[in-house]
Design a binder for this molecule. Structure first.
Ligand code: BGC
Length: 255
């Protein structure tokens, strides 16, 4: 009989910080999803306080994972495209661990989403093993995040949202935020996403794209406008992939 293995994940975004207890065997949430507005300005200290609130809100006292919208190398933040610049070079693992009193491991948000999809979502085979080959998770939100998997192994921090395309940082044109900002129809936005995916396709020849972020909940709106050679699927886990992936990542970095 399988005993439940519990983990805890926090997903940090530009507007909200969300957390839940996760069943590590199934990817199901074992608690409600607590959400607290991201403090503004979103400085490391202000966010660390919210992390503590989320932990105590769930009465969690074990290790936990945090998904974060930046480059995170071994727990140290290495970029700040859409976050407070005060995060640059901060050892987030050390800061959050010290303030919360439990072991915390931070990783990039798209990497976390990809880890969840490769275990429980579109990137998992029926027997639960990760799909072999080159699988690319792309999340469309405020920016574009990427998580690259080669035979199930993550190549962290690929940052493919910042590829330069037609003279622009790609995420500035093809993120979900760009669709809102430029008041694009789904067809217009789809054309931009297709252009972007074709570029990534040419560079990486992936076997599969998994598309996450809010748009993964309404694939009928944009997927018909995407004509590429690579197989492409909306993410299966939508809103929870960051939380679940963060919880799973902690499992790989115990202590
Ligand atoms: C950041 C990435 C992040 C992505 C999605 C980009 O602007 O550079 O680290 O994964 O946004 O949040």
């Amino acid at each position: 009989m399988n005993t439940t293995r519990r983990g805890f994940g926090i997903d940090i975004g530009g507007t909200g910080m969300k957390a839940a207890i996760v069943d590590l065997n199934t990817g199901d949430l074992l608690s409600e999803r607590l959400r607290i507005d991201t403090p503004q300005p979103a400085t490391p200290d202000a966010m660390a306080e919210v992390v503590c609130e989320l932990i105590t809100g769930h009465e969690w006292n074990g290790p936990l994972g945090v998904a974060f919208p930046a480059v995170v190398r071994h727990g140290v933040v290495g970029s700040a495209a859409n976050i407070d610049k005060g995060w640059l070079d901060i050892d987030a693992d050390a800061l959050f661990t010290e303030i919360s009193g439990v072991d915390v491991h931070m990783l990039n948000d798209a990497d976390a989403a990809g880890i969840a999809e490769m275990r429980f979502g579109v990137g998992a085979l029926p027997d639960g093993s990760p799909r072999p080959g080159v699988v690319m998770m792309l999340t469309f939100g405020t920016g574009i995040g990427s998580g690259l998997f080669v035979d199930g192994v993550l190549v962290p921090n690929t940052e493919l949202g910042h590829l330069e395309l037609d003279g622009h940082d790609a995420e500035k044109k093809a993120s979900a935020k760009a669709r809102d900002r430029d008041e694009l129809s789904w067809k217009e936005w789809g054309a931009r996403v297709e252009r972007y995916l074709r570029h990534v396709e040419a560079l990486f020849s992936p076997d599969l794209f998994i598309v996450g972020g809010g748009v993964s909940k309404k694939p009928d709106k944009w997927l018909p406008y995407i004509d590429i050679d690579t197989e492409i699927f909306p993410a299966a886990m939508a809103n929870n992939s960051g939380i679940v992936g963060a919880a799973l990542a902690m499992e790989r970095h115990p202590g």
